[in-house]
Structures are given as C-alpha cells and as structure tokens.
Design a protein around this ligand. Sequence first.
Ligand SMILES: *[C@@H]1O[C@H](CO)[C@@H](O)[C@H](O)[C@H]1NC(C)=O
Ligand SMILES: *[C@@H]1O[C@H](CO)[C@@H](O)[C@H](O)[C@H]1NC(C)=O
Ligand SMILES: *[C@@H]1O[C@H](CO)[C@@H](O)[C@H](O)[C@H]1NC(C)=O
Ligand SMILES: *[C@@H]1O[C@H](CO)[C@@H](O)[C@H](O)[C@H]1NC(C)=O
Ligand SMILES: *[C@@H]1O[C@H](CO)[C@@H](O)[C@H](O)[C@H]1NC(C)=O
Length: 345
Amino acid sequence: MDQSMKPGTPLALCTLLLISLLLIYLLSEKNPSESITAKPSLTTLSCFVCLQHKTPTYRDELEAALEGASMANKTVIITIVNRAYTEGDKPMLDIFLDGFWLGEDTRQLTNHLLIVAVDKTAYERCKFLRLHCYKLKTDGEDFVDEKTFMSEDFIKMMWLRTRFLGDVLRRGYNIVFTDTDVLWLRNPFPRLTLNETIDLQLSVDQFNGDQWSQRHAINTGFYMIKSNNKTIALFDEWYGQRNSSTGKKEQDVLVELMWKRVFKRLRLRVRFLDTNYFSGFCENSRDANVVSTVHANCCRSIRAKVTDLTTVIHDWKRFKDSSGNKTMESRWSSNHLACQNSWIS
Ligand SMILES: *[C@@H]1O[C@H](CO)[C@@H](O)[C@H](O)[C@H]1NC(C)=O
Ligand SMILES: *[C@@H]1O[C@H](CO)[C@@H](O)[C@H](O)[C@H]1NC(C)=O
Ligand SMILES: *[C@@H]1O[C@H](CO)[C@@H](O)[C@H](O)[C@H]1NC(C)=O
Ligand SMILES: *[C@@H]1O[C@H](CO)[C@@H](O)[C@H](O)[C@H]1NC(C)=O
Ligand SMILES: *[C@@H]1O[C@H](CO)[C@@H](O)[C@H](O)[C@H]1NC(C)=O
C-alpha cells in the first residue's frame, strides 16, 4: 500500500511548474528576438513532467493479484486455466478445487491460490468462484478450446506460461506451480520447505530413488521455485530458447537445458520430488497415508483425466472414512484406464 498515489505532492509541483512557465511565457512575449521554438518545447516538457506526476502509481493488475494471493513469505500457488477447464458436466477446475476441499490441511491454501485465466470464460468462472483471479494478456489470442497434447496452440500456451512465471519470479514471488489436473490431497509445504538452500523442486514421472539425480523424466506440472537471481536467469534462458525449439514443448526444452548442465552453471540447487509424495498416473504413490499430490499425467485428454481423477477422489474419500482401520488397504482402486486408453485414438 505504500506505493499508492500521494496526490498532494505532484499536484503542488505541477501548479508551481505551470505558474513559472506562465511567467517565462509572459516575459518572453516582450522580447520578440527570442526563439519561438523554445516556448512549445518548454510547454511540452512541462506537460510531460506534469503527466508523469499525475499518473497514479497504482500497482498494476498483476502486482495486485499476486499481493492478494501471496502468503506472508511471498509465496503464491499458481495454476493456469482456459475455457476447456471450466466447462462440461464436471469441469476440471471444479475437480481441482474438490481436492483442496477434501484434502488434509489444504482448504486454507486456496487463499493463496492464484488462478491465471487465458480467456474470458475461464476468468469469469474464476471470479464467480470468488477465487484470486488474473487474466493473462495473450497478444490477442484467446486459448479457448482444449488444446490437444503437442498441438501448435498447446505449445504456444506452454511458452506463454513460461514467460508469465518468469515475470512473477522477477517480481520477487516464490511459486508453487500446479497444473489444474493435480489433486492436492495433503498440504505439500511441510515436504517442500525442508532446506532454505534449495532453489527448485521438480516433480517427476518416475522417481529413481535419488532426489538429487538429474537422470529423471521431469514433469513441469508441479514444482516449487524460489525467486532469486539464479532462478530468474534460468527462466530467461528457458524462454530464450523458444524460437530455436520449434515443435518442442517447454518441458522438453528444460530437459535439454538440464542435460547441458545449465543447473550447474547457474549454481541452482535442484531437488527431484519422490512420487511417493508427489505422485501421478505415470507412477502411483505407494502410500495413501503420506501422499500429497496426484497428477493426471501420462494422459492425453481432459475427458480421460476427469474420469480417472474422479476415481481418485472416490478412493480418497473411502480412505479417509476408513482412517484407523488397519485392515483397509491404502491403495488406489484403478489403474487409470481412461487415461491409458486416451493414447489410442
Ligand atoms: C511460507 O509460509 C507458509 C505458511 O506459513 C509455510 O507453510 C511455507 O512453508 C512457507 N514457505 C517458505 C518457502 O518458507
Ligand atoms: C541445507 O543443505 C545444505 C547443503 O547440503 C546443508 O549444508 C545444510 O545443513 C542444510 N540445512 C538444513 C536445515 O537441513
Ligand atoms: C542479484 O542481482 C542484483 C542485481 O543485479 C544484485 O544487486 C544482487 O546482489 C544479486 N544477488 C545475488 C544473491 O547474487
Ligand atoms: C523470437 O521470435 C520473435 C518473433 O518472431 C522475436 O520477436 C524474438 O525477438 C525472438 N526471440 C529470440 C530469443 O530469438
Ligand atoms: C475395515 O476394513 C475392512 C476391509 O475393507 C472391512 O471389511 C471392515 O468392515 C472395516 N472395519 C471397520 C470397523 O470399518
């Protein structure tokens, strides 16, 4: 709030400037030899100065949105939605929110969730749900429909998101980025804030047992990133690759950067998240007693994701209802059939 407009000072300054200019003007009238061009340029200057001061230095929309959603320690949870995620019998966004409602110690996290909408419908749906919403400027393009995996628009949207998240880091906010097809079943922060020195924590499709090993198939559908020079440099480099990476999605480009030892060069401390806690359809968590997130990865269509995530929600409810019953098996009932079949078209 300390950045908001203080109307007194600029107004007084402008009045003073105008009066002095008027005086200069009146005095110069009496001297016809004075260059005529000096007057308009002075006037232009004064107007410019006045306008500069008159323009209120309101925080811009993004800053306001981030501030509204942020935790005290400048950490914000971000997801990006389009119309396809907000429509249908059971929209993906609703399932995503069900996760926070049914999860353990997750309800209050929606206070720190910023929904970034890439089109009008998604934005209106977000406002209707009374969440923290931000409408992403998309250079005139609206990403309305479901983007099939690896279609041209899908890739464009991915790059847009990389640029946007880089902006957020530059503004000093730490991010927990989550795709909208990730169920938050437990508050993940206790597992993410173990060590201050870690810059980036990435989820993976399959976990190889070593949280520092770069031999992982990373998944940018869920990660936590701190805001600092190193992570900003990483996002600059990552986004800088967009033209020379035709046909590749941003995640593949990050993998390439990782192989080119960019993490090491930038001195980034990167941790890879165990699927036992940060799981997905590629690799289930082995233990429902500890799982934090379930990502509908290894899945091609929204419809299949909705089907299989709904099953996960039923499993989770059953698990919670039976808590304390040692005989109840804490395993997932489905092997995500709809998602498996989504690759056969
Ligand atoms: C920020 O604060 C939240 C809420 O107190 C906490 O759970 C989280 O671990 C903190 N994040 C960091 C990066 O310290
Ligand atoms: C964080 O990691 C660093 C580097 O491995 C280590 O020296 C430090 O003790 C760790 N801090 C905590 C609180 O675990
Ligand atoms: C980050 O960059 C800023 C501006 O270039 C500099 O003032 C600051 O010291 C840097 N911080 C670190 C930790 O390198
Ligand atoms: C990528 O292409 C766009 C549009 O063609 C251009 O404006 C931009 O400067 C290019 N960026 C890089 C890093 O080459
Ligand atoms: C515990 O779970 C088992 C297996 O699902 C079930 O047969 C049994 O009725 C449950 N017991 C209680 C007290 O819920």
